[in-house]
Every structure is written in structure tokens, then in C-alpha cells.
Design a protein around this ligand. Structure first.
Ligand code: SAM
Length: 348
């Protein structure tokens, strides 16, 4: 497999067939070699830096019913909440004083968060702080809404495509369509956002070779950020008895993505840290360069339960940040709290 890894390293490209070959036939030694190559490319693009983003989980109310997700509309056991404007602003103020310069607002598709309200929050923050970036991860919205929020000052949008397998997508996402997801991603790019997409690893029925299609999709999309993570079953969802994804496969795929998209911003996700206590550090060594510590008010954190066992330190943001920073330093990397934009992005 080394010739394929070298080819990927040199050209940042493989065909779908070659990616399938690689995904199916990696020996332990090949995988170590792949990870070393990904580490080298990460060093070249971003050095040893790990960008910190303050994650604020603004609502667990969602109209979608994704089969894998703990906050899906049909889960009547979920205890629902949404943050008020003041709670969101307070979380950002607290984050800013801790040094964070990127805030990620993530939540279910909750119609309470109208364009007017989000615009107001974004503009207020951008007036107060000239050196911050705002990332939104609020699901599918219309093109007009995306544009309005960009014009208000939002910089980035995360919208995973989840899986490019259309049959599986349709089975897991009632009343949604992969086509619309893709349309949203194209619109976000066209408007000028730094765009993030990505997929879940270990969804039922998927094998390693199947991710070749997701990788080709990402290569064509050329996102500025890619979020991949293991699917972890949630006990109150239809997929509660499934096995879920592994840290091993996630790390292999992180390394391949670093080689396919050398300058991409690539988080080591909370889900990866949940299934392997050293998962995020292993992720950095395989090419990941972003981490998103939680800045949500303490009383809501447990309620944003997308999957079982989500890491919850019980620590306040300041203490949690120190702990995560020391883990990053111990792993040989450098925590950075500046905006940390993708190196090829400029605001339109
Ligand atoms: N509603 C927004 C959206 O659709 O992009 C953002 C919120 S959604 C909960 C954020 C991400 O959580 C999804 O893109 C999905 O990949 C991930 N997620 C949901 N359930 C999960 C699970 N059981 N295991 C791992 N990740 C999960």
C-alpha cells in the first residue's frame, strides 16, 4: 500500500478505486506510515498548532429525526432547553476573557433561532470584539438565511453531509434529502463562508471501503474544514443496539483526509475523545489540528446528549481549558486561541 500512500502524499489525490484499495488493505505498518505522512503534512500547513474553539450548544430542540441522534425530535426522554440571547452572550464574554477568539454556535434545527435573533447576536458580538470568528452549526437553512447571517458577520458554517450513500442517508434522515444537504453546502461556499462538512464513521452497514465515496465527495467540495467522528449509539434512538464506529478507523480516516486536503482545518472531535481517552491526542498525531472545548453554561451541558457517554468533565470552562491545554502540550503540540482561519480563506 506504500505506493498509494506516497501517491496520495505527493498528489493529494487518489481515484475512488485506489482509495477503496487503501482503506481495505492497510497493514499496521502501512497505517503507521500513513500517519507519519499525515503528521508531516500537518506540520507543513499548520506547524504544531492546535486551534481552540469555544463550543456553545445553544439548543437541543430539533425538528429533525436523524436515527442516530440523541436530540432527535422523537426522543421524548430528552430534557429540552434552549439558551437565551443573554446566556449566549455571557458564554462568549466568559470565553473571550479566557482567551477564545472563535465561538461555535451549535444546535438542533430550532425555529426559535430566527434570522433576526441570530443576526442580532452575531452583530452584537462583532461590535464588541473585532478579533473574533463566529462559526455556525445549526443545520439546514435557506440560502437567504445563510447570506443574511454571513452579512451579519458569521465567518464559518459546519454542516456534515453525514454519509454520501443516498440509500443509507434516506433511511437515517426521515423527511430530509442528501440533495438538499449538498445544495446547502454549495450555497455556503458560494456566499463566502469557510465551510465544513464531514461524515459519521460506523453507521450501520458501512464498511471501510464505503468511505472512499465520502472522501471523493470531500475532495470535490474542497471544504475549509472537515469534521469526522465515530457514530456512538444513543440508548433512546432506533440505533441503540448498533456497534458504532471505532477510534482506530476514525484516526486512519483523519490521516487520509489530511493528505487529501493538506490545508483543511480538522477537529479531533469530542466523540473521538469519548470512545478513547487518548483519542484526541492520537488524532493530532494523525493530522487533526482543531479542538472545541465546551463553553456552554454548566447546567445545560448534560442535556446536549447526542450519544451515550459523551465526555463531561464536570469542570468549569476555565479549569476544563487548562486541562485540555495541558493534554495538548503533553502530546507535543501548541495550543493557539487566535481566530485560526483556514490559510486559503479571505472574507469576500
Ligand atoms: N443540527 C445541526 C446539523 O445537522 O448539522 C448541528 C447539530 S448535530 C447534533 C451535530 C452533529 O452531531 C451531526 O452532524 C452528527 O454528525 C453528530 N451526531 C449526532 N448524533 C451522533 C451520534 N450518535 N454519534 C456521533 N455523532 C453524532
Amino acid at each position: 500500500m506504500r505506493y498509494l500512500i506516497d501517491k496520495l502524499y505527493e498528489n493529494n489525490e487518489l481515484t475512488q478505486f485506489e482509495l477503496e484499495e487503501l482503506l481495505c488493505n492497510l497493514s499496521e505498518e502501512d497505517r503507521d506510515y500513513l500517519i507519519d505522512k499525515a503528521y508531516e503534512v500537518r506540520q507543513r500547513s499548520y506547524g504544531k498548532t492546535v486551534f481552540f474553539r469555544g463550543l456553545i450548544e445553544i439548543s437541543n430542540i430539533c425538528k429533525c429525526d436523524c436515527f442516530y441522534c440523541g436530540i432527535r425530535a422523537s426522543n421524548c426522554k430528552a430534557s429540552r432547553y434552549r439558551l437565551s440571547k443573554d446566556e449566549i452572550l455571557d458564554s462568549c464574554h466568559r470565553g473571550y476573557s479566557l482567551g477564545y477568539r472563535t465561538f461555535v454556535f451549535q444546535g438542533g434545527e430550532d425555529s426559535y433561532f430566527t434570522d433576526e435573533l441570530l443576526e442580532d447576536i452575531i452583530k452584537t458580538l462583532k461590535r464588541e470584539y473585532s478579533d473574533i470568528a463566529i462559526t455556525l452549526s445549526l443545520g439546514e437553512r435557506g440560502e437567504k438565511s445563510f447570506r443574511r447571517l454571513y452579512e451579519a458577520g458569521a465567518d464559518r458554517y459546519l454542516l456534515r453531509h453525514e454519509t454520501v450513500d443516498e440509500n443509507l442517508y434516506n433511511r437515517l434522515h426521515p423527511k430530509m434529502s442528501l440533495e438538499n444537504r449538498k445544495k446547502c453546502l454549495e450555497a455556503l461556499k458560494e456566499i463566502g463562508y469557510q465551510v465544513g462538512s464531514g461524515f459519521l464513521i460506523g453507521l450501520p452497514g458501512l464498511q471501510m471501503k464505503d468511505y472512499a465515496k465520502d472522501l471523493i465527495f470531500l475532495k470535490k467540495l474542497k471544504p475549509h474544514m472537515v469534521g469526522i467522528g465515530p457514530f456512538i449509539p444513543h440508548e433512546d434512538t432506533p440505533l441503540k443496539s448498533e456497534k458504532g464506529g471505532t477510534a482506530y478507523d476514525t484516526i486512519t480516516l483523519l490521516a487520509i483526509i489530511r493528505l487529501l486536503l493538506p490545508d483543511v482545518l480538522l477537529p479531533a472531535t469530542t466523540a473521538l475523545g469519548t470512545i478513547d481517552p487518548k483519542g484526541r491526542e492520537k488524532g493530532f498525531k494523525a493530522g487533526a489540528n482543531v479542538i472545541m472545548p465546551n463553553l456552554s453554561p454548566m447546567e445545560y451541558r448534560k442535556k446536549y446528549a447526542l450519544y451515550n457517554g459523551k465526555v463531561f468533565s464536570g469542570k468549569e470552562s476555565a479549569e476544563e481549558k487548562l486541562k485540555i491545554e495541558s493534554g495538548v502540550i503533553e502530546a507535543g503540540f501548541e495550543p493557539i486561541l487566535t481566530r485560526g482561519d483556514n490559510i486559503r480563506w479571505k472574507r469576500k
